[in-house]
Design a protein around this ligand. Structure first.
Ligand SMILES: C[S@@+](CC[C@H](N)C(=O)[O-])C[C@H]1O[C@@H](n2cnc3c(N)ncnc32)[C@H](O)[C@@H]1O
Length: 346
């Protein structure tokens, strides 16, 4: 089937993506209530800072941040800096001495496989089985397996068509003077495809690891864009990036990683770009104060379980970009709880 990449859908698929993206969030909350009794503990103290929670419950900082963000976005806690206290909702319904305590309501899922994975990741920062491929490999390793990579690339490709079309529309002015986009960790290359389909002056290179690079080549061919998009095989962390680009696209890539890897990728972005070169970070962003959006806080629970990352805010990326000499632009929404930030190399 040929797809007209210039033709956007008339409807917004946000709800359909949310059903899937929130899959891990209820079980994470069940763990907080039924395994940790976190809310009763905070209530007894009046408030608690992040470090105290981490120490008392032996929780790792990346998943704890995701859990606290979920609680804040759900209206269960309020945070002043690093200090957290319960809201009325949290106090009335999640404290075990309250007449309206709803702990037993979550009991049926507190030992579900997903809840067990959440507890593992909270305690050890890595679940025992990342619920990726059946051999128990993590998602990152699974992506090097032919069958798993094919299925997951198809998943990302189908959501990327509408998202990529809206991204291409909204980026118009920002990429008007760019000639060549380097799409790092580009998956099927769908974002390169939607960008070049809507912007006649653009070319793109997709940088991907095996076997996804082959899938990307097939997909680019399917869209008939092989004269304008090339696919380079390489490891984005350890190999030099293809030169010649004046714009780097990091779409749904940084949120797979923790801060050290994000810094590495931003540093490599800086190295490959000329002065005036542009970078686009496209994914699901939290608000800068991490009070929402709820859909993104829920999605972050999925990411913390299956990848080495989580959802970040524009401010968190902004600090890293500024450290590497980029002038950082504002955040823009696209579609289905996703959006992008841009930056220009000084
Ligand atoms: C979540 S997907 C995003 C794909 C696409 N950019 C999108 O927005 O749908 C992350 C991609 O990063 C790729 N990736 C992960 N580690 C990589 C590495 N070390 N070198 C190159 N690509 C890598 C994966 O193969 C995967 O396709």
């Amino acid at each position: 089937m040929t797809i007209d990449l210039k033709q956007n859908p008339a409807t917004n698929p946000a709800l359909l993506l949310r059903f899937r993206d929130r899959q891990y969030a209820p079980d994470m909350l069940a763990v907080a209530v039924g395994k940790l009794n976190l809310f009763s503990w905070i209530h007894q103290r009046g408030d608690a800072d992040t470090e105290a929670i981490a120490n008392h419950f032996s929780l790792a900082s990346r998943p704890l941040d995701v859990l606290l963000t979920l609680c804040r976005a759900s209206g269960l806690i309020e945070s002043a800096g690093d200090t957290h206290r319960l809201t009325d909702l949290g106090r009335e319904h999640l404290v075990d001495t309250s007449p309206w305590f709803l702990g037993p309501y979550y009991a049926p899922i507190v030992d579900s496989p997903i809840a067990q994975g959440c507890l593992q990741v909270l305690r050890h920062d890595r679940p025992a089985n990342w619920q990726a491929s059946e051999d128990g490999s993590d998602w990152h390793t699974s992506m090097m397996d032919e069958d798993f990579a094919q299925g997951f690339t198809a998943l990302m490709n189908c959501r990327g068509i509408a998202m990529g079309q809206v991204l291409a529309d909204k980026l118009g002015g920002f990429i008007a003077d760019c000639n060549h986009v380097l799409d790092v960790g580009g998956g099927s290359g769908i974002y390169s495809s939607t960008l070049v389909a809507k912007h006649d002056h653009l070319r793109a290179t997709v940088l991907e690891q095996a076997p996804v690079d082959r899938l990307a080549r097939e997909e680019v061919l399917r869209h008939g864009l092989q004269d304008r998009i090339t696919v380079a095989q390489g490891n984005m962390f350890t190999d030099p990036w293809p030169g010649g680009a004046d714009c780097v696209l990091l779409s749904n890539v940084l949120h797979d990683w923790d801060f050290p890897e994000i810094r590495t990728l931003i540093q490599k972005t800086c190295q490959v770009l000329p002065a005036g070169g542009r970078v686009i970070i496209h994914e699901a962003f939290l608000d800068d104060d991490k009070t929402g959006p709820l859909a993104v806080a829920e999605y972050s629970v999925l990411l913390v379980n299956i990848t080495q990352g989580k959802c970040y805010s524009p401010a968190e990326y902004g600090v890293i970009l500024a450290d590497h000499g980029f002038e950082v632009g504002p955040y823009h929404d696209t579609i289905a709880d996703r959006g992008f930030i841009t930056a220009i190399k000084r």
